[in-house]
Design a protein. Sequence first.
Length: 154
Amino acid sequence: MIMGEDIKAQRLMEVLGRFRKAEWHKQVLDGYKPSELRVLFIIQKGSLKEERGITVSSISSMMRVSPPTVTPLVRSLESGGLVVRIHDQEDRRVVRVKLTEEGERVRQEAKTVYARHFKELSDFLGDERSTQLADLLELVFEFLKERHNRDLPK
């Protein structure tokens, strides 16, 4: 037994491990990686604040990854006609990224699929269990956040 004698901890580890194997988060839209769809959502969100488009560094910051990780994703989306890269008028070194109409259409489709998946889960669980699951997941998030803050170097 990996977790020693703690059967409850062992069960939690096994159950949570099944989510990775199920790859449920990867089943959104055929032809698009989850990371590409995430970038579309981030670009749309960033464009609400900055009408000229969002920078790659802002995308990487929001994703909590390095800019070299984001660049190939943006290139892939650009080659698929989902985004355009535009040089900033004020500083030509800065490149901004905006959704095209097709990019917004794909983002909306992904949003619809995500919503449908969670609606199906909610229907499957029922009202009481859906609420209970959301409450438990909020507690898990708080635990992880507190643990992370506690473990930060001082």
